[in-house]
Ligand binder design. Structure first.
Ligand SMILES: Nc1ncnc2c1ncn2[C@@H]1O[C@H](COP(=O)(O)OP(=O)(O)OP(=O)(O)O)[C@@H](O)[C@H]1O
Ligand SMILES: [Mg+2]
Length: 288
């Protein structure tokens, strides 16, 4: 298994913040986020959502994984792409092999079957890890080849979620924002600098893109009766409906312009050829 090794305690902590490890309140907050997104995004065959933040360590990858999990839970065909090629973490968090992945795919060195993994949780949830760390992530993400890949995935999946690097640190998220239907900003309480956030929003808007809304992470428990929410106390509540609220909500019946057989053929091929789908070990439940 690739990725940096975590201590047993840290691994357990991380698991309690991801997927089936989430407590009831946190899991409900992600479902609320999913619902809000379905109302905010344009109605189309596949929605492409980017998760970013102003600086590092605000909870982008955790949010991306849990959002992808929650969409998959509702039956959507989901592809989660780790587009943070400088500091990838999705594969490590999900205990998947991290290479080959996106960088290898864009560079044309590997095919999809080698790079896309099926999640251990749902057979309709796929993950494209970041791959080998390239010298030029911005160029790769902004390349025509990346655009073509995204267009291809829009034909195959119902939802594509990109875990992006932070806006204020590198240009990666900005160069790809033009191909994304909606950006979600992650803001960590008592951590994110107000000016950094303003700068981040300015940069996004300057490019003609915008945030659909924000997710606050690591929020303190308030007086609002969310005592059991622990660190996710205000998670759902802080999610903004954003500027595009009211576009449309997802309609499962209309969401499939591409024939089901085409999608199925692609997904079957990806799994069949995949070299690295690792069975997930039985997890310890960590809910208190
Ligand atoms: N809602 C949350 N409440 C408390 N801690 C959280 C929350 N979301 C993430 N974390 C913790 O914050 C740390 C950073 O999370 P994560 O890796 O998701 O951030 P990131 O924005 O992707 O970081 P990077 O910029 O390095 O990629 C992790 O230890 C994670 O467990
Ligand atoms: Mg990350």
């Amino acid at each position: 298994m690739a990725g940096k090794r975590l201590s047993a305690k840290e691994a357990l902590r991380q698991k309690s913040m991801l997927c089936e490890g989430l407590n009831f309140a946190a899991s409900e907050a992600y479902k609320l986020l999913r619902t809000n997104l379905q109302f905010s995004l344009p109605e189309k065959n596949c929605q492409v959502i980017g998760i970013t933040s102003s600086v590092r360590g605000e909870g982008k990858s955790t949010t991306s994984i849990n959002l992808a999990y929650t969409f998959a839970q509702s039956g959507k065909r989901v592809l989660l792409i780790d587009a943070d090629m400088r500091l990838p973490s999705v594969a490590a968090k999900l205990e998947l092999k991290s290479t080959p992945g996106l960088s290898n795919l864009i560079a044309g060195l590997r095919n999809e079957g080698h790079c896309i993994r099926q999640s251990a949780q749902f057979n309709n949830w796929y993950i494209l890890p970041a791959g080998d760390i390239p010298p030029n992530p911005s160029e790769l993400l902004g390349s025509e080849r990346m655009h073509t890949l995204l267009q291809h995935y829009e034909e195959i999946f119902d939802v594509v979620i990109l875990d992006l690097p932070p806006i204020n640190i590198v240009a990666d998220a900005l160069v790809i924002s033009k191909w994304i239907d909606g950006l979600i900003g992650v803001v960590r309480q008592n951590y994110t600098d107000r000016r950094a956030l303003a700068d981040c929003m300015y940069q996004v808007e300057k490019l003609g893109s915008h945030f659909l809304g924000f997710v606050m992470t690591d929020a303190a428990v308030g007086e609002s009766g969310y005592k059991n929410y622990s660190k996710y106390g205000k998670y759902g509540k802080k999610y903004g409906y954003g500027y595009d609220y009211g576009y449309a909500y997802d309609n499962a019946e209309n969401s499939s312009k591409t024939s089901d057989s085409k999608k199925k053929a692609f997904l079957d091929a990806a799994v069949e050829e995949s070299v690295s789908v690792e069975p997930k070990e039985e997890e310890q439940k960590t809910d208190e």
